[in-house]
Design a binder for this molecule. Structure first.
Ligand code: ATP
Length: 516
């Protein structure tokens, strides 16, 4: 059974227990919404990043990578709209002193107080009518459901309007009229709603006086836009072409729960694809499909879906999320946005520098349009972990059953690829042979040598961190140079010559299996 269906807390504690992810600054009681990756987590993260880099940069002649700085000129964030518009509406409860996003309070109200009631009515009716139940007709005609739907759409209309108009008073009025209470204290005593900018700022320069305020980047994309001409000139790429980068981003999220799903310091993998104006919708569809395929190679089809945006960001003319079925429901894992020429044009205007491309095919200069794919490394790691962590009933040595915890992730993503296990710790002939195999395979794969505890216990330890292969060295190995190769998922054990280990394992790890 997949653990994600049972208990999200199990995932978090497994990550801690097995060296994947720790709360940052834990010895000082932690820092909220900041996490550190441990020995296995950092390997997983590197593997996720290199899989993405392979799929985006190495497999496309017309996509190149960069690594731009986190600090950038403050005017970049003026041009991008982040200084003025990268806000969330924040509200505090006066009694509990807890802070919330006003928009989320309203959305939660809709989900919990209205949508749930509608679902309940539908479930009840479906049971009553059995096979004859017509869901759509019921929703259109049942007076109670019609009433809920009308209420919902009236709230939604006012809510969307208030968000679009930056009308903070309007949001507060909705919260008061709906009598939304603080989930912690039950109190309805709210402060006014204020816009809260999500960018972290700091000062640059040794002397504070006169120093400019600069921001920690809230997205990596702007580093790509302001380098557009540098890259185009130096690589002689012709439109359409893309620039990719992986790097840290920082957002002072108002409410950050749900482990590494929403962090204040996180990592993004973004690719901006520059296209001729008018072709952006074709490229938008192209990248939507391509990115979905990447996810479908790793996850079951039922775990990923598209969610098209109704409310578009100020820079976009089309946007969709790829959502993953996290333990707490379907949520955004990756965004695909058609960003028009908004960013390049804004930088051109504010910097006074031309950011255009001369298109030899049509003999014309223009500001390119951009289609962006943007995925969080941490959310991807969480998706991989949630999708792979399982508890299974397996036969034990005494003919009964036992529960094993196993992370069945794709071998290409597994932190350790091969565990090298001498059957007995204190038989030098075995440990010497095992060390020799380790010293050979370590050039090809991330290997782990482990001689402590009984072999069954060592297998379980490797299962729990997701190691796809275990190699056991026993007395036969000394005689005939064969070893036992154990497969994590099937637990099948086969006897193979040592010389065959590397090609066999390499075949399973070949990225062609995933990306071809
Ligand atoms: P959300 O609606 O969940 O706040 P967003 O729409 O603001 O996300 P984008 O600005 O589109 O997110 O960022 C692109 C990607 O970066 C997201 O799909 C997500 O994977 C990742 N991301 C964004 N914010 C965070 C965060 N606070 N912690 C971890 N990953 C994040």
């Amino acid at each position: 059974m997949k653990i994600q269906e049972a208990d999200f807390k199990k995932i978090i504690s497994h990550c801690k227990e097995y060296g994947y992810i720790f709360q940052s600054s834990e010895v000082y009681d932690g820092l909220s919404a900041v996490y550190d990756y441990g020995p296995y987590g950092s390997e997983l993260k590197n593997n996720v990043k290199s899989l993405w880099w392979q799929a985006m940069v190495k497999m496309h002649e017309n996509i190149v990578g960069i690594d731009s700085a986190i600090f950038m000129h403050p005017l970049i964030w003026k041009a991008s709209g982040h200084v003025d518009a990268f806000n969330d509406p924040m509200i505090d409860n006066k009694d509990s002193k807890k802070r919330y996003r006003a928009d989320v309070l309203i959305e939660d109200y809709l989900a919990n107080k209205i949508d749930k009631k509608i679902d309940k009515e539908i479930d009840k009716a479906a049971k009553r009518f059995g096979d004859a139940f017509d869901r759509e007709q019921f929703m259109m005609t049942n007076p109670r459901v019609v009433g809920y739907m009308e209420k919902r759409s009236a709230i939604m209309q006012r809510f969307t309007q208030s968000m679009a108009d930056n009308d903070m008073e309007g949001l507060k009025t909705i919260i008061e009229e709906l009598e939304i209470a603080c989930p912690v204290s039950g109190s309805k005593e709210w402060t006014d709603v204020r816009q809260f900018n999500l960018m972290f700022s700091t000062k640059m320069g040794a002397v504070a006086e006169g120093a400019d305020t600069i921001y920690l980047r809230p997205e990596t994309a702007q580093g790509i836009f302001v380098n557009f001409l540098n890259v185009q000139n130096t690589t002689r790429q012709k439109i359409p072409f893309g620039i990719a980068q992986i790097g840290k981003a920082f957002r002072n999220e108002i409410v950050a729960r749900q482990f590494i799903f929403r962090m204040r310091e996180f990592e993004q993998m973004e690719m901006q694809f520059f296209v001729r104006p008018g072709t952006e919708m074709d490229w938008y569809e192209h990248w939507k499909a391509a990115r979905m395929k990447w996810h479908q190679a790793l996850f079951p089809e039922t775990s990923v879906r598209f969610h098209d945006h109704d409310n578009l960001a100020h820079y976009a003319n089309a946007a969709a999320d790829i959502e993953f079925k996290f333990p707490f429901g379907f949520k955004e894992l990756e965004g695909i946005h058609s960003r028009t020429d908004f960013d390049l044009k804004s930088h051109q205007e504010l910097s006074g520098k031309k950011l255009q491309y001369f298109d030899p095919e049509i003999n014309e200069s223009y500001v390119p349009y951009v289609v962006e794919t943007s995925i969080g490394v941490d959310r991807m790691c969480l998706a991989v972990i949630a999708n792979s962590l399982m508890e299974e009933e397996v036969p034990d040595a005494k003919g009964g059953t036992a529960t094993r915890t196993v992370m069945k992730m794709h071998p290409a993503l597994s932190p350790v690829k091969v565990a090298i296990l001498p059957l007995l710790k204190n038989k030098e002939v075995l440990t010497t042979k095992a060390r020799a195999i380790f010293d050979d395979l370590k050039f090809a794969f991330n290997c782990q040598y482990d001689e402590k505890d009984a072999i069954g216990k060592r297998y379980r330890r490797q299962d729990a961190i997701g190691t796809p292969f275990c190699v056991t060295i026993d007395f036969d190995t000394i005689e005939d140079d064969t070893v036992t190769l154990r497969d994590r998922d099937s637990m099948e054990q086969i006897r193979v010559p040592i010389a065959e280990l590397e090609p066999r394992i390499a075949k399973k790890l070949d990225l062609r299996n995933l990306l071809a």
